[in-house]
Design a protein around this ligand. Sequence first.
Ligand code: F6P
Length: 359
Amino acid sequence: MRIAISTGGGDAPGLNAVIRAAVLAAADRGWHVLGIKKGYAGLLGDDEVIPLTRDEVRGIGHLGGTILRTTNRGNPFSYPVRQPDGSVVEVDRSDELLENARNLGINALISIGGDGSLAIAEKLANKGMRVVCVPKTIDNDVSGTLSTFGFDTAVNTAMEAIDKLHTTAESHDRVIVMEVMGRHAGFIALHSGVAGAAHVILIPEIPYDLSAVCEAIMTRERRGRFFDIVVAAEGAFPKGGAESVMGGALPGEAMRLGGIAERLARQIQDKTGKECRSLVLGHLQRGGMPTGYDRLLATRFGGAAVQAVEDGKWGHMVALQSPNIVTVPVADALRHPKRVDLGHDLMRTARRLGISFGD
Ligand code: F6P
């Protein structure tokens, strides 16, 4: 048996723990493992395919990043190819990928990635590739699994940042708006905001009203609390308005979001007269060592993915349905992207604590 592993999309703390667990579980069965570098680039001749033995994965379980590297511009069905005149066109290279995989004697693929990578894996599975997926994203927006690895680490990073902002905001009587990741789902903002005791949390699932945000701030002021922490998901947007977009995306890359914190800080300052500052936590949320929770989840996912290969669960992904790790069809997980459930206990708890969602 010869299996291959690839990591695609944005990285997340815990990727290396998945790779390590999968390689060790495969080695235990006497299987050979290949690592495809940089998403699928290694299988398309644009990067390497390397053997993964116990040696390559020794001592990597606690490290952030991915030893296989990754890209969010490597969809083999619309692969960016530079033309002689310098322009870039997107080309379907999936047949080439399948042929190269066959030539390398790859019997099955473990694809570790978020919703974009899962959709690619599903298309490859439909073309006959034997694929098993491992869901990954710090945004936690994949259905079918209680959580994805990387999310807990990101929440802790954001929470620690909020803790630090509290003291400086309070010293200066300032409003500080912090932007966290979360394109379409506000899990990081919600979880870090509640854990870090933010006063306003803005998520893509609840379009906000600037007046309601300012009213929450002024209500605190009337109670003698002169500072505020606002946590905004990058994908949060005002009622009747649109997300803040950065521009500058490269060919094959999704639209870049960003700027909501700065925009809000300016608007809150104009409307309330309070001194405002903003910051973008950005890729700090994707870096660093995975938390214990994420290491354990990633390790369980890696072992379960090899088991799923052994069981022939093609087109399935491993998932946490506590207390078990199960497999679910990727198609089912993709059908309804996961969003913050507005009736969830954490939402109700947050509202009872007096946290404003700007609605
Ligand atoms: O999908 C995870 C994510 O963290 C999103 O929240 C964010 O918009 C995106 O990655 C940014 O990724 P990159 O800067 O790597 O393109």
